[in-house]
Design a protein around this ligand. Structure first.
Ligand code: ANZ
Ligand code: ZN
Length: 873
């Protein structure tokens, strides 16, 4: 037989699927709906192996559920706005739109060669006005509903790039691109009020039982709910700036109040500003801290620094006891009240601070079983549970009881005529700042008028289109530099006004694309209520697949969007958009280092010398060091281009290898040997099928229920059952292992049939049919070729998933030891429920029994049901 040639077969079958529009999904199809979605790509230029892995998994799920008779939605689109397009525009003088669409073209072509069963008729690109116009509409709806708001906020400002930076883009106090020291600026920006839904976003994590536990925990921590106390401390009047009489802190540990040894406030705290008047040293310190403003994560590790303001407060339970107030760099204005009381013995940051500035460390909780006087805290704060000490009326209590006691007492006490303390639930989650001083994004549809303030762009004027004629020759926002774009008349009063020149954070674009896919043709509305969710709708997505790097922001924003869309009438009922979530591992590869730095796998030859792998540079034979296995990245050059793999082995080999080598949630190590192994399997399946085909083409598939071929049928049905279960639970590598098993089972049988054996053909034919249908989700082109060789009807892509026969799977047989005159001579395998007469008959038909009897009838056949058979001659 000829070798299977993917280069000829793959395009042929892709055309056959397209011709029949097999993957175009209709919204009015009455069959049960199934929505599988992979995170859509950013059109950066070319697809990488991470995409191949992600989309292969999604495609297996899609093809499987289609075969199960469901109406499957499996769409694809482009997360097409973002900074790289602007950088390309600046560096290479191309238009961001042209750059983006050219990349989309290339990548779409690459995805097509993978043979993915995608509904391209629903393709969307977020940079297309037919998409972002609806986003503008929803933004205005959110605003009307109080879910969007314009407010002043402290932001990281890069003075060279002239843009706001996200906290993650500030490294060591410097802009990640420009390297310029970042400034903290108060800017008026647009926010989406995700905090208004914090509690619900937290609570309903519990309903997401088909999400990875770790993702739910990450979201929970990000939302960061804490129960605590807002507590006001009186300032010592002689030390207080004019007009100031108290300092309010947020604490989750009021139980430790007798361990307090200092107060600390943020550099932006109003009291700090007051204290700095007439204190140039303090003012300079504050300026310095403000300039270095960085992310909370970075502050955790940064050195703790403070400055004593000279202000003192009195302890809530002891007016004689006063404590100093510091401005400190580890207190953030954005959390709680921007002020804390420091308890060094039980908080590591406070301890580091106290040790640096020589402040007292008073332990107030001791571990159980340790003597109170002996318990000391020096370098490491004690943060576990224990019992209260050094705390007057709290001594001996648990911290929990002490919390309650303090909270109750101070809520009852008054300061300045108001309760001194109130209980407070605090969330770490901040409102979502969506304004970006960028060109290549969705314009914020707002007009600013000196007389009327911020005015929504009237619906009839949507979309607010991005202008094409922009320049990137100077830093800052091209929309702002544009000579005419921003100048418009106020829609309310008609006077001269200005457009908002900011565009939306691209996370907005990806927060609702999954809903748009359900009806991308609707021109007047973002969604069509009949199709988006509810009784006949698509949402929630049954299975969402993507990278763990999106575990927090993208998924949280999408969850918020679903709620906001529901509140504004763009969804019926769904608030959790993704029912099942799967986060796949990365594709990793060895790294290679030559005398002149990293080299690519393609440049390296590897051979085995004395059982050791040795690498040389192909071009000149120089020695290459084999380095660690790492995520494929341009910087380490350990990248394998999917195009090259598909060109030399075919898409099916790449797909099969991606699925086979490790559990899908783990990293997969891409190796040449692995790819070759996968390719050998492709050829092996083809050989098996093409060898058998001439002999079983016209044979009706039928299971063998007993006799020599029963094992094939039993094996095939068992494997059919488990492959289905494995795909449903996304255990692709297990499914792959089963399919190897099935080919092993079939190989000798097919060889016999090819050698002229006539028995068992029906069973073999059925097992082959199963094999072909089962490999179809994973290697769809090979499966079509095999199906055609076997003379199957239509395309495999149209075949239903076979149903296994439960009778074949239960252990429905029993093996009896067979004795002749009390001595064991052999076995009989027969149906477990065979009756006395059937067993007798089968025993007497056995070769060794007939030989022993030499044609005579036995005296007696004794059957002990389910145990043993004895033939008495
Ligand atoms: C006294 C105390 C004693 C605290 C103790 C902790 C341990 P979570 O759980 O994250 O909500 N805190 C409050 N506001 C802060 C701010 N703006 N910047 C930095 N730290 C702030 O943490 C709440 C605790 O973090 C609060 O409880 C406060 O310190 C600190 F043994 O108050 B605690
Ligand atoms: Zn106006």
């Amino acid at each position: 037989t000829e070798r299977y040639n993917p280069r000829a077969a793959e395009p042929k079958w892709q055309k056959a699927w397209d011709a029949k529009k097999l993957f175009e999904t209709r919204n009015d199809d009455p069959r049960p709906k199934y929505y599988v979605l992979e995170m859509f790509p950013y059109p950066s230029g070319r697809i990488h192996m991470g995409h191949v892995r992600n989309y292969t998994m999604g495609d297996v799920v899609a093809r499987y559920h289609r075969a199960k008779g469901q109406n499957v939605l499996h769409p694809m689109g482009w997360d097409a706005f973002g900074l790289p397009a602007e950088n390309a525009a600046r560096d290479n003088k191309v238009n961001p739109r042209d750059w983006t669409y050219a990349n989309i073209e290339t990548m779409k072509g690459q995805l097509k060669t993978m043979g993915l069963s995608l509904d391209w008729s629903r393709e969307i690109a977020t940079c297309n006005p037919s998409y972002y116009r609806h986003q503008q509409k929803m933004f205005l709806d959110f605003w009307k509903a109080g879910l969007a708001e314009r407010k002043s906020a402290k932001v990281n400002w890069d003075p060279v790039d002239m843009t706001v930076l996200a906290n993650e883009q500030v490294i060591d106090g410097k802009g990640w691109r420009s390297g310029a020291p970042v400034e903290q600026r108060d800017l008026t920006q647009w926010f989406l009020k995700i905090t208004s839904m914090a509690q619900d976003l937290l609570d309903s994590l519990a309903t997401l039982d088909r999400w990875p536990e770790k993702v739910r925990i990450m979201q929970e921590n990000w939302i960061g709910r804490s129960e605590g106390l807002l507590l006001r401390w009186p300032l010592v009047p002689a030390t207080a700036p004019a007009g100031e009489s108290e300092l309010e802190v947020f604490t989750t540990r009021p139980d430790t109040i007798f361990g307090a040894s200092f107060m600390a406030i943020a550099a932006d705290h109003p009291l700090a500003k007051k204290a700095a008047e007439g204190n140039p040293e303090l003012a300079a310190f504050i300026e310095d801290v403000r300039h270095r403003g960085t992310s909370a994560a970075e502050l955790e590790t940064a050195e703790k620094r403070g400055f004593d303001t000279g202000i003192r407060v009195a302890h809530p339970f002891d007016p004689e006891w006063t404590l100093p107030v510091y401005v400190a760099n580890f207190v953030l204005m954005e959390y709680g009240t921007g002020a804390i009381f420091g308890c060094p013995a039980h908080d590591q940051r406070d301890l580091d601070f106290a040790n640096k500035y020589g402040l007292p460390v008073i332990p107030v909780v001791k571990p159980e079983g340790v003597d109170a006087p002996a318990f000391q805290v020096t370098e490491e704060a004690f943060v576990e549970d224990g019992l209260m000490i050094n705390s007057r009326f709290l001594d001996g209590m648990t911290p929990k009881a002490a919390f309650e006691d303090v909270a109750t007492r101070l809520s009852g006490a008054t300061l300045g005529g108001r309760p001194q303390a109130t209980r407070k639930v605090q969330f770490r989650l901040r409102d979502w700042l969506i304004s970006r001083q960028r060109y290549w994004g969705c314009p914020i549809p707002v007009i600013h008028c000196d007389a009327c303030g911020a005015v929504p762009v009237p619906e009839a004027d949507l979309p607010v289109l991005l202008p094409d004629d922009v320049t990137f020759d100077r830093p800052g926002n091209p929309l702002d530099h544009h000579p005419t774009w921003k100048h418009v008349a106020c829609p309310k009063c008609g006077k001269d006004a200005r457009r908002d020149t900011d565009t939306m954070d691209t996370f907005v674009d990806s927060s609702w694309y999954f809903a748009r896919f359900t009806d991308p043709w609707n021109e007047s509305e973002p969604t069509t209520l009949a199709y988006v969710d509810g009784r006949n709708g698509w949402l929630p997505v049954n299975q969402y697949i993507g990278g763990i790097e999106h575990a927090i922001l993208h998924l949280l924003y999408s969850r918020f969007f679903a709620r906001a869309m529901k509140a504004t009438g763009h969804l019926n009922e769904v608030k959790e958009p993704f029912q099942g979530l799967f986060t796949q591992g990365m594709v990793v590869h060895e790294t290679y280092r030559g005398p002149n730095g990293w080299v690519t796998p393609a440049e390296v030859a590897i051979e085995e010398v004395d059982g050791k792998r040795r690498a040389t540079l192909i071009k000149d034979g120089s020695r290459i060091e084999i380095g660690s296995i790492e995520k494929m990245s341009k910087s380490k050059k350990n990248v394998v281009d999917p195009d090259d793999i598909i060109a030399s082995y075919g898409a099916d080999t790449a797909r099969w290898f991606m699925l086979s080598d490790s559990p899908p949630e783990r990293d997969v190590i891409w190796t040449e040997a692995g790819v070759e192994g996968a390719h050998r399997f492709v050829q092996r399946v083809w050989r098996l099928v093409s060898e058998a085909a001439p002999h079983v083409r016209d044979v009706r598939p039928e299971p063998a229920r007993d006799g020599a071929h029963a094992a094939i049928s039993r094996g095939a049905h068992k494997i059919l059952k488990s492959v289905g279960e494995d795909i449903e639970t996304l255990h692709f590598n297990r499914a792959v292992a089963r399919l190897y098993e099935l080919t092993n089972l079939l190989s000798p049988q097919v060889a016999e049939i090819a050698g002229g054996e006539s028995g068992g053909k029906a069973a073999v034919r059925q097992a082959l049919d199963f094999l072909v249908v089962m490999i179809a989700p994973m290697m769809p082109h090979l499966a079509e070729e095999c199906w055609a060789a076997l003379g199957g009807q239509g395309l495999v892509a149209e075949q239903p998933w076979p149903t296994f026969d439960p009778a074949q799977i239960v252990e429905n047989e029993i093996t009896y030891p067979v004795q002749l005159n009390g001595k064991k001579r052999g076995d009989l395998t027969i149906a477990r429920d065979a009756d006395q007469a059937a067993i007798e008959q089968a025993v007497l038909a056995l070769d060794f029994v007939q030989k022993a009897l030499e044609g005579k009838t036995p005296r007696k056949v004794i059957v002990v049901p389910q145990r043993i058979v004895n033939v008495v001659a």
